[in-house]
Design a protein around this ligand. Structure first.
Ligand code: FNR
Length: 180
């Protein structure tokens, strides 16, 4: 089984990118978790789409999603929503319109997120539900919410309790993907 874990942050030291890497390490046997990035995706502009087509970075990410059995979106929370770079990427990924269904339709999808704040990106995840419903994904009903990320993911490593939280959540998502 292949799972793609997409980070919604471009930051080098991103907690959310670190979560994608943690999930990669925690993948149970027979499961591959591949971290993916938004780097290189330009701002959506319909004029650019018309003149130049779909950017290479979007096509690469789309191919990664299509080759996966499940998608994990690891989103930071900015002003109670997902970051613009992530929404922008989701918008590109639904272009041209006939790509929406093969990319997202019915695809087992889970939401995760990390923040130094207290609520583990709950608001960003809740807001993302509106968009994910539009995309027609098959949503995993449990969310990985990591609060106080700066205290749990440090230069020393990842706190054991967080590892267990993430392992348990990932195992549940793997079962969800298996059920189809
Ligand atoms: C934030 N941050 C933040 N955190 C949160 O829990 N709720 C929020 O609404 C916001 N809002 C917000 C807006 C903007 C513009 C920025 C830049 C930041 C803090 C955010 O969680 C923190 O910067 C994380 O470290 C971002 O995720 P990465 O880059 O570490 O993955």
């Amino acid at each position: 089984m292949k799972i793609i874990a997409l980070s919604g942050s471009l930051r080098t030291q991103s907690f959310n990118t670190r979560v994608t890497q943690l999930l990669e390490v925690l993948a149970p046997s027979g499961v591959e978790v591949n971290p993916a990035t938004l780097h290189g995706i330009p701002l959506y502009d319909a004029d650019v789409e018309e003149s130049d087509g779909i950017p290479a970075a979007v096509t690469i990410l789309r191919d990664q999603i299509k080759a996966s059995d499940g998608l994990v979106i690891v989103t930071p929370e900015y002003n109670a929503g997902m970051p613009g770079v992530l929404k922008n990427a989701l918008d590109w990924l639904t272009r041209p319109g006939d790509e929406l269904k093969p990319t997202f339709g019915g695809r087992p999808t889970a939401l995760a997120g990390a923040t130094p704040g207290a609520w583990g990106t709950a608001l960003a995840q809740s807001g993302a539900l509106i968009n994910l419903r539009q995309l027609g994904v098959h949503l995993y009903p449990a969310y990985l919410r990591i609060s106080r990320a700066h205290m749990k993911m440090t230069d020393e490593g990842v706190e054991e309790e967080l590892r267990e939280q993430a392992r348990h959540w990932l195992t549940g998502f793997v079962e969800f993907v298996k059920k189809g």
